[in-house]
Design a protein around this ligand. Structure first.
Ligand SMILES: Cc1cc2nc3c(=O)[nH]c(=O)nc-3n(C[C@H](O)[C@H](O)[C@H](O)COP(=O)(O)O)c2cc1C
Length: 328
């Protein structure tokens, strides 16, 4: 399997990603996936009112369209977060837009929410057989701004609410111009007001998370804590990718546009997790950013996360990362 992973890594990043996921899908369809990647015995736990097979899940972006829920789930993840999905299908930014810096166990991406649109994702959600928890991460189309951007979140929310175990409101992708402006309290209040109306009408009772950037400063953290405590949000996902590429050793990448993920953001995102947890331990937290092994996983939990997600670790280490993290 190591050889297969090495060969896949020879392809350009996006092609490698597709080849890897379609290979897993074939293994899953042939019922061979657990021969290659044995699943550990589950120890079910209750978190945020949901039953999880374990605390490890995939972060948004790995399966943007829900095409691989069953095969990813079969690897032993306790939960899968799909998306980010937007109302309309969109191609995303110009290629190349994903850069693997394998020496530093990192990725820079500026994909820009390429996805097949919310209607497609809903079809995939209806067809899933994975029994674990599936969250849906929602966003806005690139061409939407102002009120239209808020309407995009509402459209996605309305369409996925019956098919998602939880919903993540993503305001922290650095690759959709203006999206991070939603972090500013006025814009966030408008978005919250709009979602609040929808919840009141539909009677939605499942969990809703806000996914934030690791580049937040101390002032905005206090605002975010207040917002979580005074709104329908269940808790926070900390964090998305960082726009600070200067933490990479290889200077060549310092000027690359896009969000940085993987090992270099482990400290930064865990520090933010810790800071929020120490300010208010009652806030439910999902930790993500830089998890490469069991120690990183435990660090996130020791810093206040009840659940942990990963993306870049899966690219760097392949599917065996699930067992490596959970077996210890
Ligand atoms: C190629 C790529 C695409 C991503 N796409 C999304 C996305 O669509 N929505 C989102 O909320 N986060 C997205 N992310 C961010 C991840 O979900 C995660 O928050 C971040 O990568 C930090 O975790 P990691 O270090 O384990 O990768 C993406 C990350 C990568 C590397």
């Amino acid at each position: 399997m190591n050889l297969v992973l090495k060969i896949i890594k020879l392809f350009p990043p996006e092609a490698a990603h597709s080849i890897a996921l379609y290979s897993l899908k074939i293994l899953y369809q042939l019922r061979l996936i657990n021969i290659f990647f044995p699943k550990l015995h589950d120890e079910e736990l209750e978190v945020f009112g949901m039953t999880f097979a374990n605390r490890l899940g995939t972060a948004a972006g790995l399966d943007k369209n829900g095409d691989f829920i069953d095969c990813i789930g079969a690897l032993g993840f306790g939960f899968v977060e799909v998306g980010t999905v937007t109302p309309k299908a969109q191609l995303g930014n110009k290629k190349p837009r994903v850069f693997r810096i394998l020496k530093e166990k990192a990725i820079i991406n500026r994909l820009g929410f390429n996805n097949k649109g919310v209607d497609y994702l809903v079809k995939r959600l209806k067809k899933r057989t994975f029994r674990g928890i599936v969250g849906v991460n929602i966003g806005a189309n690139k061409t939407s701004d102002g009120q239209k951007r808020i309407d995009d979140y509402i459209e996605c929310f309305n369409k996925v609410e019956n098919y998602a175990d939880y919903i993540t409101v993503n305001i922290s992708s650095p690759n959709t111009p203006g999206l991070r402006d939603l972090h500013s309290s006025d814009n966030l209040k408008k978005l919250i007001g709009a979602i609040d109306k929808v919840i009141k009408i539909s009677g939605y009772k499942k969990s809703i998370f806000l996914k934030i950037s690791p580049d937040e400063n101390k002032e905005s953290i206090n605002e975010i804590i207040q917002i979580i405590n005074n709104s329908f949000f269940t808790g926070l996902i900390i964090s998305n990718t960082s726009i600070d590429k200067k933490i990479l050793k290889d200077k060549k990448y310092h000027t690359y546009e896009g969000g940085l993920s993987g090992k270099p953001i482990m400290n930064k995102s865990t520090e933010l997790l810790n800071l929020i947890y120490s300010n208010d331990p009652s806030i439910p937290l999902i930790g993500v950013g830089g998890v490469m092994n069991n120690k990183d996983f435990q660090d996130k939990i020791n810093s206040g996360a009840q659940l942990v997600q990963l993306y870049t670790g899966f690219v760097v280490k392949g599917p065996k990362i699930v067992a490596d993290i959970l077996k210890e």
